[in-house]
Design a protein around this ligand. Structure first.
Ligand code: 9D3
Length: 250
């Protein structure tokens, strides 16, 4: 897969691309990620990427030309499947969106800054608009890196077996079960006995129940879309009955 980022702060992208799973995927040739400096696509002496807003008002607006020229140049290097504009107005990026993008061959991510971007970039250049959530950031670089991270770890070979992707909470729509390592007792807090028992059937069922209990307690909104098998549905039914009974008592 190839991912091109277009930004006025390419160095902001270098750190996150140089570590961990993303770094390894790049080293293994699974993905090619390039951070382009938007200013390299300007044509004026001052390398201007922004200008005053038509209609007046404070704040600068990203000019269309450098962004269109950047995407033209990237398209010249091979077919582009999606041009994503990171923007607070976008659809919220979710695991489902990550899965969709991971199936593409080549994506371009445009990182916004300033008060806004000339709207022709959104309407005529971008093929989609994505936000990473409802909070105000100062630009689209961190969102672009979030998207890169979530997408790259889904690419075949990017994650080692020990970090198995398909048992991940969000891919099945549940929160993870609790994890423990040695020591078996720390400052008086003991690791649940079942995990030390060596009874793998019991451990599996305990983990299933814990994941379901946590999801029910902390993120019940995830349950309707979660992919549960019949055993899980049965455990969930029992958990919901227990909770119902607890609430009934007070
Ligand atoms: C005065 C500007 N804002 C009114 C609320 C609009 C605005 C424009 C650009 C606010 C923030 C930004 C910079 N953020 C992004 O470009 C961005 C973003 C975000 O802020 N939150 C979550 N996802 C994203 S994706 C891009």
């Amino acid at each position: 897969m190839r991912i091109d980022l277009v930004t006025i702060f390419p160095r902001l992208c270098d750190g996150p691309l140089a570590e961990g799973i993303v770094r390894r995927a790049i080293d293994r040739g699974i993905v090619d990620v390039r951070a382009h400096d938007l200013r390299d696509y300007t044509t004026d002496r001052h390398r201007s990427v922004d200008d005053v807003s038509y209609g007046g008002g404070p704040g600068m607006v990203f000019k269309p030309e450098p962004l269109f020229r950047a995407v033209d140049a990237i398209r010249g290097e091979g077919e582009v499947d999606a041009v994503i504009l990171t923007s607070p107005q976008g659809r919220t990026f979710t695991q489902r969106e990550a899965e969709r993008l991971a199936a593409l061959r080549h994506i371009v991510v445009l990182c916004g800054r300033y008060e806004g971007i000339d709207d022709r970039v959104r309407s005529a250049l971008a093929t989609e608009e994505l936000s990473i959530g409802d909070y105000v950031l100062s630009g689209g670089e961190l969102p672009a890196l979030v998207i890169v991270d979530a997408v790259v770890r889904l690419l075949p070979g990017a994650v080692g077996d020990e970090e198995s992707v398909d048992v991940d909470s969000f891919s099945r729509g549940l929160l993870d079960f609790p994890h423990f390592t040695r020591p078996a007792e720390y400052r008086g807090w003991r690791v649940p006995d079942v995990l030390l028992s060596g009874n793998h059937a019991e451990i599996r069922r305990w983990r299933m129940r814990e994941a379901l209990a946590r999801t029910l307690a902390l993120r019940p909104d995830l349950l309707p879309a979660a992919e549960l098998d019949s055993e899980e549905r049965e455990i969930l039914r029992a958990l919901m009955q227990e909770r119902g009974a607890e609430h009934g008592r007070d």
